[in-house]
Design a protein around this ligand. Structure first.
Ligand SMILES: [Zn+2]
Ligand SMILES: [Zn+2]
Length: 142
């Protein structure tokens, strides 16, 4: 069950440890969660893993490219293990729910800058802001 996660760690020359596997498993099952939620998920399964260990693991995995840190304006940082595919996010203004949006058009960077100022652009990060179905239903049923 965890062998693919072990392979991910080995692919970037990281030692396989229980906290690292636990964080990767938590993010695989719960994308776009904040630090506190990652800590809660990991400690529910592995009570001996400390808060500090989770912070450290998140930083190591982010630096290694196994985890992507996203931080919509005005929101706390969220983490996900879906990386390197240049996908975007739609964020609910009311409750902060986040969902994945595939590349807007074609391949990365999938958006052509109207003026690239001579830069070689390889990625575009877009945040679509709106209201999630749950919040929309709640506001119309009042
Ligand atoms: Zn919402
Ligand atoms: Zn995502």
């Amino acid at each position: 069950m965890t062998s693919d996660l072990e392979a991910q760690l080995r692919a970037v020359s990281l030692r396989v440890t229980r906290p690292r596997l636990a964080v990767l498993a938590a993010l695989r099952d719960h994308p776009h969660v904040g630090t506190d939620a990652v800590i809660a998920l990991v400690r529910a399964e592995h009570p001996t893993v400390s808060h500090q260990a989770v912070y450290d693991v998140l930083r190591v995995l982010t630096d290694a490219g196994l985890v992507r840190r996203i931080q919509p304006a005005g929101a706390t940082a969220r983490y996900e293990s879906r990386v390197a595919d240049n996908h975007h996010h739609v964020v609910c203004r009311s409750c902060g729910a986040i969902a994945d949006v595939e590349c807007a058009v074609g391949h990365a960077p999938c958006l052509t800058a109207s003026n690239d100022h001579g830069f070689v652009v390889d990625e575009a990060e877009v945040v679509y802001w709106g209201t999630c179905p749950g919040c929309a239903a709640a506001s119309t049923s009042q």
